[in-house]
Design a protein around this ligand. Structure first.
Ligand SMILES: Nc1ncnc2c1ncn2[C@@H]1O[C@H](COP(=O)(O)OP(=O)(O)OP(=O)(O)O)[C@@H](O)[C@H]1O
Ligand SMILES: [Mg+2]
Length: 368
């Protein structure tokens, strides 16, 4: 992000001022929430922005061991974009824009929706009121896969390409003052409690926007049933682009009814508020994602992402070769096919283990 464009939100975090960009895609034109997003990037631009190659200087190899132990830690920052990450970036980029299609703040329907949200809070009811006809443009998807494959890291890298908060003040010469919260990411609490997740949501929004929701809604004795409509109203007011919930497998251990309530809520967010939702979890999350959440994705044509263990293919080579550039040992080793094979065998194609093995091997070598 360009520096001069930064702005501080009182009691909140740093945000960017809206810059409205010309849209190539016709349906995106005239929607300030979409026009204020960064450009839609080409594949090459995505790779360039996602990659993270830590500092490295060959002379560091001559440093004493006790320093080099610390330098090796930099490998955990290393991020090598692969095909799956390009796919993920494109999905998230589309998902956010599609969600905003039906929530154009300069259309009269926008105010109407805010009013409906207010009614939902009053009635403690998330059901649609009478025969409202809603046009749903948003959808959700899930990312499920073995632990340590890099799901969280990948999503975080993709999100880092987007400003989290955009401040609007004027659009096409008219006063147009609002915050746009492009994304919010929460971890499902370990006990799978819906209330815990709600409280996290309030606290996160407060810390970002300098709001006061926690004190107002989470501190008292408000039940989950009363909190959920409040949350959905906050997602409207803040023009939330996408809600991401990680560690969703914890929901499965929830007390009776917990996971169902939460999943129903996500479906409501998608179908009636038009806020897209991405759920991330290990394979343990599969069963709970089979039922309710599947409904919300119908017709979206965007399948779930199954994050399998890596095969020993080109992607694997790119990952390993990229990491091999970082050696803080006195005598660097060339990457041979044998070493690649061993690394694959020992890690079973799990990224986390491959990186850790490589780090541990260096620590061992420094040790000796
Ligand atoms: N593309 C990548 N390039 C380099 N390292 C990576 C990459 N992807 C993942 N890693 C490494 O794998 C580690 C584990 O990734 P991460 O924690 O994101 O996995 P996860 O799939 O979210 O696991 P869990 O299901 O347990 O939460 C990261 O800390 C990082 O070191
Ligand atoms: Mg994770």
């Amino acid at each position: 992000m360009e520096n001069q464009n930064k702005i501080n939100i009182p009691n909140g975090v740093e945000a960017v001022n809206a810059v409205y960009r010309e849209q190539v895609v016709e349906e995106y034109r005239g929607n300030p929430l979409i026009e204020a997003l960064p450009n839609i990037y080409s594949k090459e631009a995505v790779i360039d922005r996602l990659a993270y190659y830590p500092e490295y200087n060959e002379e560091e190899r001559n440093l004493d061991g006790h320093y080099r132990y610390h330098l090796v830690q930099r490998l955990f920052q290393y991020f090598q974009p692969l095909n799956i990450h390009i796919d993920l970036e494109s999905r998230i980029s589309r998902l956010i824009r599609q969600g905003y299609l039906a929530r154009n703040p300069i259309r009269p329907q926008y105010a109407e929706n805010l009013q409906i949200g207010y009614q939902m809070i009053k009635n403690q009811n998330m059901k649609l009121i009478s025969n409202q006809i809603f046009r749903t443009t948003s959808y959700g998807f899930t990312i499920v896969g073995v632990s340590g494959m890099g799901k969280t890291t990948a999503v975080n890298r993709v999100l880092s390409m987007l400003p989290q908060i955009i401040v609007h003040s004027q659009y096409k010469g008219i006063n147009f003052s609002l915050y746009q919260l492009v994304w919010i990411k929460l971890d499902c609490p370990h006990d799978g409690s819906v209330k815990g997740l709600c409280v996290d949501f309030f606290m996160k929004v407060d810390s970002l926007l300098g709001a006061n929701y926690y004190k107002k809604f989470a501190n008292g004795r408000l039940s989950v049933n009363s909190m959920l409509p409040v949350i959905s109203q906050i997602t409207r007011i803040t023009n939330l682009g996408v809600m991401i919930i990680d560690e969703i497998q914890h929901l499965s251990t929830a007390k009776s009814g917990g996971s169902e309530k939460m999943l129903n809520f996500f479906v409501t967010l998608i179908n009636t508020i038009n806020v897209p939702v991405i759920l991330i979890g290990t394979n343990k999350a599969m069963p709970i994602l089979q039922s309710e959440f599947r409904q919300a994705r119908r017709g979206s044509g965007q399948g779930d992402m199954i994050w399998e263990r890596m095969k020993q293919d080109d992607s694997w080579d790119i990952l390993i070769e990229g990491m091999w550039d970082y050696q803080w040992v006195k005598k660097p080793t060339h990457l041979t096919q044998e070493l690649k094979d061993v690394l694959y065998e020992e890690s079973q194609g799990i990224t986390d283990i491959a990186v850790k093995l490589y780090v541990m091997a260096q620590i061992r070598a420094i040790d000796r």
